[in-house]
Structures are given as C-alpha cells and as structure tokens.
Design a protein. Sequence first.
Length: 88
Amino acid sequence: MQQNDVEAAFIRIVEGVANMRGAAVASGKRLREDLGIDSLSLIDVAIAIEDAFNIRIPDEDLERFQTITDAVEYIRRATAVAGIPLVR
C-alpha cells in the first residue's frame, strides 16, 4: 500500500467517525481545530486505525495526531516497525 493509499484509508476512517464527506477531510487538515474531532472521537479513530492496519496505538501517542498527515506518517512508521504489510 502506497502513502496515498494509507492516507485515503485514514480519510475514510475520519469521514466515518466525524460523519463528514468530501473536501472537508483532506491532507494537512487539523483533526481537532479544522474537523472538530474531540477526544472521544479521536479514540474511535484510533480503534478504527488499529482494526484497519493491525497495529496498537498507545493512548499517549494520540497526542501526536494533530493533522491528517501526522496520523498517516504514524501509521506508516508503526506498520514498518512491526513488520506489518500495509495490505489488508
């Protein structure tokens, strides 16, 4: 899975949790400020990421998820460290 595929999958997750569609959810957008993702919704996002990418996200790492780009990079690093292919 390429970076764009990871980003597209993450955007679908955010769209589902935030009940948003289209251009509102795009690369570089801030999760809290631009998209209105609160702390409870961020936990829902994390659970969906864990399920979709077969990784575990410690609670303290959620603070790193400031933008969509931050989250995509986190997912790529976490799957690389764990040796998990990004295809599921």
